[in-house]
Structure formats: C-alpha cells, structure tokens
Design a binder for this molecule. Structure first.
Ligand SMILES: Nc1ncnc2c1ncn2[C@@H]1O[C@H](COP(=O)(O)OP(=O)(O)OP(=O)(O)O)[C@@H](O)[C@H]1O
Length: 279
C-alpha cells in the first residue's frame, strides 16, 4: 500500500508545486492523476520514489517510510517502485531483452550488475514477460528499431520484471497515437490485475482516465480538489480541477508537447539511471 501523508514540495525558485497532499493507494487500483499543466502531477509521481525530494510530509510503501531513507536504503526500496516513462527511457542501442533485464539490475550484486550477468530465471522471466506484453520474438531487436507503442511495451515489461509493490507511470501515453494509447492503457489495467499491484498514472487525457481508471485524483495548483471514482467526475468537478485550466488537458491529443522548464532536478535522467541500476 502507498500512503502519501501531508506532502508538500516547494522548488528552490519558490514554486509551491504540492501543498499538503494526502491519499492512499492499495490493492490493484488504477489511480489516474489528472489536472491542468503545472498542477503538480509529475512532481507528485516523482516524490513517491524520491526522484524529487518532498519538502514536507511522509510517503510510505507498506510499512517502510520512503521519505527518511538514506541513499543506500533508497536504492533497495526502489526495487519495489517501478516507473514507466513518457519517453520510455530505453537504452536505444541495447536489445529489447537487455532493456527488459535492466529491471532486475537492482537485484544483482554490484559485480554482476557491472557485467550484466543475470541468473537464468531472470532471463526466463523476461522472455515470458515479453511474450505477455505482445513482444515475443522481438528479444534481439534493438530498441531503436521499435515503434513508440512497442517501446512502451518494453518499458512496461521492464517494470513488471522488477516485481514491484507499486508501479508509477508518468504520462505513459502522451507520446503515442490514440489507438496505441488505448492498447497501452488496456495492458496496464491487465498487468495491475495479474500482478495484483496498484498503478498510479499521471495522465493528461481525461477520456483515457475515465475509461481505464478505478479512481481519479484531480490536482490543481498543487492541491487535491477531487478524489473519487470516474462516475463521480461530473462537469462541476472538472471545472474545479481545470479552473485555471488549459483546454488541451481535457482530451487525448497525441501531439501534445511538454513544457520545458528550468530544472533544478532532472527526473528523467535520474529515472534512466535508476532503470539502469546506476543510482
Ligand atoms: N525542477 C523544477 N524546478 C522548478 N520548478 C519546477 C520544477 N519542476 C516543476 N516545477 C514547477 O512546479 C509546478 C508543477 O510542475 P509539474 O511538472 O509537477 O506539473 P504537471 O502537472 O506535471 O505539469 P504538466 O502536465 O505540464 O507536465 C509548475 O509550476 C512547474 O513549473
């Protein structure tokens, strides 16, 4: 179970990205975080595995308080928190199999991780998982030969073989066309049920959230202004969430571009390091 308790995040420039955010996620719930651009969705996802350090509050995965862990303890705890990225974060020159296996790096000794020497059961598990996500037969393809949808499936397989307690997905469909976005969301819901773990998804496309999530958390200006099942997200709730909003956030749009910003932290690069077991 994930517990987020009174979490706030103020960036060094003074931007209050999260203000006293609290919620719990358990079972095999699919929880979609929606909200206008700049609402704090990515910050929230990144605080859960401390790619971004919260300024205040507590985050627990089951009985473990993530927020107070040392770097070394955090490395270990991150095995339990898998991450799926908008831009997939694959190592382009490596094969599909090598990318998926990197989800097990956190379980290897430093020496074996350095040599990328995986036990045969990891290799077998990776093979089965690739089959599971519809990429059987692609083990030896290079990541840069794949379509966006296939790359995201590799990202999902890499997350699955981590055997995490929770998956976080940061805009997993934003770089995909609508049809592929539906396929990826369907796959994520199946994975949550099969692995019996919750998935917390930061998503721009409200229609996808309504169709696939069990629960929706609406963020605006760093505060939770809605938390409930999709059936309850009526027009007035949407108005509350998007009151300062940005109409592009209401609909699926495969060509949405992300806003660039001055980063004091580099979640994506950090994320790559984590997935490659370097952090
Ligand atoms: N590294 C950073 N340094 C300073 N301010 C930041 C940083 N990252 C985010 N912010 C600011 O924090 C606020 C929340 O940003 P965040 O990226 O979490 O929102 P979001 O809801 O994910 O937005 P989007 O949907 O556009 O990705 C914004 O005002 C943003 O400019």
């Amino acid at each position: 179970m994930l517990t987020v308790r009174n979490v706030s995040k103020t960036y060094p420039g003074g931007e209050e990205a999260l203000k006293d955010v609290s919620f719990e996620v358990s079972g095999n719930e699919i929880v979609a975080i929606i909200g206008p651009s700049g609402a704090g969705k990515s910050t929230l996802i990144n605080c859960v595995n401390r790619l971004t350090e919260p300024t205040a509050g507590e985050i627990h995965i089951d009985d473990l308080e993530v927020t107070t862990l040392s770097k070394r303890q955090l490395r270990r705890a991150r095995r339990d928190i898998a991450m799926i990225f908008q831009e997939y974060n694959l190592v382009e020159r490596l094969t599909v199999m090598e990318n998926v296996l990197s989800g097990r790096l956190g379980y290897l000794s430093t020496w074996n991780a350095f040599r990328r020497k995986f036990p045969s059961e990891d290799i077998e598990f990776a093979r089965e998982t690739l089959e599971r996500v519809g990429l059987g037969g692609h083990e030896r393809d290079r990541a840069d030969e794949l379509s966006g949808g296939q790359r995201q499936r590799v990202g999902i397989a890499r997350a699955v073989i981590q055997r995490p307690k929770i998956m976080l997905a940061d805009e997993p469909t934003s770089s995909l066309d609508p049809e592929t976005s539906h396929a990826v969301m369907e796959l994520l819901t199946e994975i949550a049920a099969e692995e019996d773990i919750p998935i917390l998804i930061n998503i721009h496309e409200v229609d996808l959230a309504l169709e696939y999530a069990d629960r929706i958390i609406g963020l605006t200006d760093g505060e939770i202004v809605f938390d409930g099942p999709p059936e309850v997200l009526d027009e007035s709730a949407k108005d509350r969430i998007y009151r300062n909003g940005d109409s592009r956030d209401h609909t699926s749009d495969a060509n949405q571009s992300d806003e660039s910003r001055d980063a004091d932290e580099q979640p994506t690069i950090e994320g790559q390091k984590i997935q490659r077991g370097l952090e």
